[in-house]
Ligand binder design. Sequence first.
Ligand code: FAD
Length: 405
Amino acid sequence: MNRPKILILGAGYGGLTTAVNLQKKIGSNVADITIVNKNSYHYESTWLHEASAGTLSPEKVRYDIQSVLNNKVNFVQAAVESIDATNKKVITDAGEMSYDYLVVGLGFEGETFGIEGLDKFAFGISDVNEARKLRDHINSQFAEWASQAPSEKDDTLLTIVVGGAGFTGIEFLGELANRIPELCKEYDAPQEKVRVICVEAAPTVLPMFSRELVEYAVGYLTKKGIEFSIGTPVVQATPEGVKIKKGEEEFEFIKAGTVVWAAGVRGSRIVEESDIPSKRARVAVDKDLRVPGFPEVFIVGDCAFLMNEEAGRPYPTTAQIAMQQAITVAENLIALIEGKDTKEFVPALKGTVCSLGDSDAIGEVFGKEITGKPASFMKKVIDNRALYMVGGAGLVLKKGKFNVL
Ligand code: FAD
């Protein structure tokens, strides 16, 4: 094979880290490497809750893809429309592309589990555009309330329902808890008129953390005025709010100006609709991250499904794992080109930190539980490290978080 063509789909944590590692480790003129992404920019998905709440500018969350690539990697801005792995072809809105090796890193999409009305009436937190829409909608609800005559004020405009008390839901609530007082000041709204309600179907909040850490997080957010309705699934969303199930035959309708759905993600629809076998748009990959039956196709990030055999459950879909997988994928691509054996992906799980706004957090890092300012500091270290791994110190200086309190 002369100068094999490597095609990378998606410039998120998985795709872009694969490209950057390839350009670092592969010799010049060894392969034609192309990365395709629908936007000209990469965004830090793990910061989207901040952009959605309006506590961080969407500009801060994203950076130009080209700015972290050198001349070994060609960037094409295009939306991938379909993958034909049998014929080694990818269709994009900029035309057809062929490959010898394919890396699929198309990321995640919101999952509404078929709950009526959520796809139409709830806001998601899946990309920069959704984050901007949600932020603007919350602002507009406050503005609408402020413009109503005193006797006709509809306070439910100031009610925000957040579906999901997992990682994304709780991190978003943490940001909202800080943003609401600012909005109240800006729009002359008394804070007692604002309701933020977290609705969760499962019997617990943040199932990945210990009871002590969960109690800390719930206590912290409750003190800031967040209400929790746990074990009460959302069964319907309408333009007026959500219906939740509180018992066998008992339902409650919560009137709300804003409904946010942060209770589930799945892999990319493009993967699901391709000839690569998948379940909920995630592909069960071999240990070297290749697709069984398609030895030239690698899956990286949230579209990959890989069992943690020790724990007896799949590895979570996280940026941490996506970036680690990308390093292995880049090394395995080079190994295949050089006719060597690929290696197994071995994740190094360093821990997880869940922010509760800008100055508090909970986490488990290297087996140790942390809360408060040390946890918040650690979260910023993790955020800056992700920037460093892709764009080095220059990117950290440009986009990094240094507001350590
Ligand atoms: P992504 O980073 O989502 O990248 C996918 C890329 O593909 C994007 O650039 C997208 O534009 C592009 N794309 C998609 N479709 C197309 C198409 N059709 N054509 C072209 N391009 C396309 N993980 C952690 O480890 N720690 C955290 O603290 C954490 N916090 C989170 C907070 C929030 C609010 C959210 C939403 C997620 C969080 N996660 C966290 C999860 C983490 O963001 C994901 O696991 C991670 O982004 C997955 O990386 P990826 O490369 O698979 O996809």
